[in-house]
Design a protein around this ligand. Structure first.
Ligand code: UFG
Length: 303
């Protein structure tokens, strides 16, 4: 989308989770974020105006078992990048943050001024980086936009890019896998204080998420001050609603069974996206759940 909208782009990835084939070969540099000097050289060589930083581990459950790995990769990696940006005099950063910075909020929808109180090392690692960003702004005048993602989902309808995690833990790809394999998915708890008893999340199409990054980038380059923004549609859907949407899209039954709650799952996480809409003029192109599931289904059935 950056290329389509006239930006020049270099992608840095250590390919520990990323997929080489998703990026034009001439734009990819295989580098680790820990390599501050190599990053600084690259930023100088390419005369970068800004960085969008997505490189982090993302599995909440894993972060509860291996906190050191999460803090090292997510916090130390970000610090190395910030250090390199200062060395190369690059002044703007868009950062992938998360709704997990809010922990278990008691009311909904969630606005950016809700208390920050992560309840797992994954969320805490993002909180720590948001705090680093505050100091780098104050001391080095490096401005940044942390985007607090709710549930990234769907697939780029044109580019054929979608979720390819190993192992997969996210609901929509797992539901679609259950349709294909016939092996039931487990619904993690149906005794939550929600209308149908299952957890509610705000599913945001990956292209709408991507567009929020481009708006944030242009805002910073045009002199905007550091600000955090939620990225969600403002509408929540329960796990059973996702299953029903998948049945409508695929025309098949989703085999499922109800299991115990998953540790650390808040009952409901729904964004207020008012600030993003008002301040950056963002409007989601694909807010409809069926479209999100349809695009994910197209990806699951790609040739
Ligand atoms: N779920 C199931 N069964 C499954 C998988 C998920 O019932 O097999 C449920 C979960 O309990 C949850 C919902 O489906 O209620 C969504 O779960 P995901 O694992 O797809 O997503 P999460 O809401 O747990 O987490 C996502 C990101 C995190 C981020 C969080 C913030 O993966 O990185 O959103 O909202 F922190």
């Amino acid at each position: 989308m950056l290329l389509q909208q006239g930006h020049d782009v270099t992608v840095v990835d250590n390919l520990s989770k990323g997929h080489r084939q998703n990026v034009p070969a001439e734009r990819l540099r295989v580098l680790d974020l820990a390599d501050t000097q190599a990053l600084a050289s690259l930023l100088r060589e390419k005369e970068c105006d800004a960085v969008i930083h997505f490189a982090a581990f993302i599995a909440v459950g894993e972060s509860m078992r291996e906190p050191a790995r999460y803090f090292r990769n997510n916090v130390c990696g970000s610090l190395s990048l910030l250090d390199a940006m200062v060395q190369a005099n690059v002044k703007h950063l868009v950062f992938s943050s998360t709704a997990a910075v809010y922990g278990n909020p008691h009311t909904s929808p969630i606005s950016e001024d809700f208390p920050i109180q992560a309840v797992n090392p994954y969320g805490e690692s993002k909180v720590m980086v948001e705090r680093l960003l505050g100091w780098f702004d104050q001391i080095h005048h490096l401005t940044s936009v942390p985007l607090r993602y709710f549930n990234a989902s769907g697939c780029d309808p044109a580019g054929g890019l979608g979720e390819e995690h190993e192992p997969e833990t996210h609901l929509i790809p797992l539901v679609l896998r259950a349709v294909k394999t016939g092996k039931p998915i487990t619904v993690f708890g149906n005794d939550y204080p929600t209308p149908d008893g299952t957890c509610i999340r705000d599913y945001i199409h990956v292209n709408d998420l991507a567009q929020a990054h481009i708006l944030a980038l242009e805002y910073l380059i045009n002199g905007g001050a550091s600000e955090s923004f939620n990225v969600g549609t403002g509408t929540g859907h329960s796990v059973l609603e996702i299953i029903r949407a998948a049945e409508e899209v695929t025309g098949k039954k989703v085999p499922y069974e109800v299991g115990p709650r998953r540790e650390g799952d808040p009952p409901s996480l729904v964004a207020s996206s008012k600030k993003l809409r008002e301040r950056l003029g963002w409007a989601p192109q694909y807010p409809d759940l069926r479209t999100i599931v349809q695009h994910a289904w197209n990806f699951a059935n790609r040739a």
